[in-house]
Design a protein around this ligand. Sequence first.
Ligand code: GLA
Ligand code: ZN
Length: 667
Amino acid sequence: MSQKNLVFLLGGDFSPEQWQDYPEILEKDITLMKQAGCNVMTLGMFAWSVLEKTEGNYDFSFLDEAIERLYAGGISVILGTPSAAMPYWLAKKYPEAARVDENMMREACVPRAFFCPSSPVYRQKVRAINEQLAKRYGNHPAVILWHISNEYQGIGCYCENCQNKFREWLKKKYNNDLNLLNRTLWNNFWSGDFSSWDEIDIPKPKSRTYGTGLYLEWKRFTTELYVDFMCAEAEPIRRFSPNIPITTNFHGCFFDLDYHKFKDYVDIISWDIYPRWHSNNVIDEAVKAGFTYDMCRSFLHKPFYIMENTPNVANFETPNTTKRPNMNILSSVQAVGHGADMIGYFQWRQSRGGYEKTHGAIVDHSGRDDTRIFKEICNLGKLLAENKEICGTSQKAEVAIIYDWETRWTLDNIVAFGGKNKKYLDTCLKHYAYFRRNSIDVDIIGQDSDISKYKIVIAPMLYLIKHSTIERFCEYTKNGGTLVATYITGIVDENDMCYLGGFPADELKDVFGIWAEETDSLKSGITVKVCADEEEFEAVDYCEYIHSVTADIIATFESDYFKGMPAALRNSYGKGTAYYIGFRDNGKYLNHFYDKITHEFEHYSPADGVFSSKRFSDDAEYLLLQNFNAENTTVKIPPDYCAPDGRPMPETFDIPGYGVKILKNRK
Ligand code: GLA
Ligand code: ZN
């Protein structure tokens, strides 16, 4: 890909509507933005009560002025649609626009989120203002991207309209055949058959575990309803502003919405990230951030935007740890390394009043340009400008990890496997950690994604496996792929119905060369001994009772009634290999295991605590080194790398604590 004219975007959420009585602030802001190297601002997401003061009474003067001034200052605009926060006039006049909670109570009128996603009047009001915005600014040269709504919530709504929509959705899915629905979801369990569609209610939190299949259907329906809401609000924008791309800001691995279902309706993936850098372990936080960056890049397999991160404290966290020196640059270089082409901040300037007046900002209440944070953003601006040739370049990953929302929803919901917290996401992160700590680039994909191009595909705890996924796993392994699965894999199908014949499901037993009969969940503090290659390991949380049919045993249980039984196995299947790990461990075994299976392919790890990622253009390879250690760390680089300006680099050099280094290799 040649990306000659692109530049990284650097900017923030900007709320000129809050400063209308302070004209000097807007003027000063633009000077400060240029000084910091910011080239884009995100506006309008929470400005509805200013843009439409009363129903149909539009006033775009503040936005006109802000956009014109930004444009004159050479700063582009990402324009938000205001649906995330309805004005009071709307909530009072049309109470049905607010969400109904699981106790059948309408949300009190709160000026942010919690609208009903199916409410016809809310949709109509949102479309009306979006149409005004699209007509007015849809061809404005300052506007480079539409930001649809803000962090869709996806917790669902229990109003009569949403209930009816859910019934209609089920009717369509089950071809109007209630008997088919009853059989598919195993409804005669506890006398749960429906005799008419009207009897179907959205499952309440307490009843969810009873009708687990219906709960899964409702979660799917809810995601589709929000996708539908997004498309409805984007429709006037697509119509009147066809040349400007759209995005909506995701929030990472958020539980309630399956973002795979959104990806085909947006042009650019963007998301908001708030790591707890120095409140937690910095390296663990970097692993988590890397996982979500990789997921965002893998949705469309192209660069993504960070729409928000905080320049300093996040006011909603406890404790409110400040962002330590260098972290803005380090975290941004990490994001760029994983495919980010924009670093956006919440917020440009601290609001003077309201809930977020204590949240970090590039410009704080002092308004000064010599604060620690402002100066750091200036340095970030320089660094991004100097490295603009990396913008638009791609990544190549040979490993994929499957993170699946439907598995997360169903696992979270069932009574089994040790209770509420089965740590599905955490388990995916544990597997990912090996690769990130060893600087092996990974794609994070869904279970429906294409896996044919990867050398290794890892499916941790993939409890729910669709029939189509089984077929693809068989194909993939037969054709020479390396497939890794763990305990609690392939128990249920897409309807949350158990596969008959033991687990893992159907043909997966042949792929892994095993059959498994029990999953024991261990009390906290209890461990089971495991031995592999004459080394000792410990199983925690889960152990499975597994039989090998054709597989080689690569780890064995050494205590409890599992003693002598296989703990991990390797099976040749077609031209490929499938591994099954039948226990959870605290990380030591995963390191041992992945050391062995990755040793055949070449990779480069700079040093402990220093992560690296690669981006590729047509004629160069870029290596972005990130030192997440507090101390100076010595790294050794692979041959042929130089500084981006062509200066030669020594083979070994030091990177300061929380420092970065960007290198280039001409092909
Ligand atoms: C979210 C929102 C922002 C802001 C930040 C605060 O990500 O999208 O509007 O409220 O949180 O951290
Ligand atoms: Zn509703």
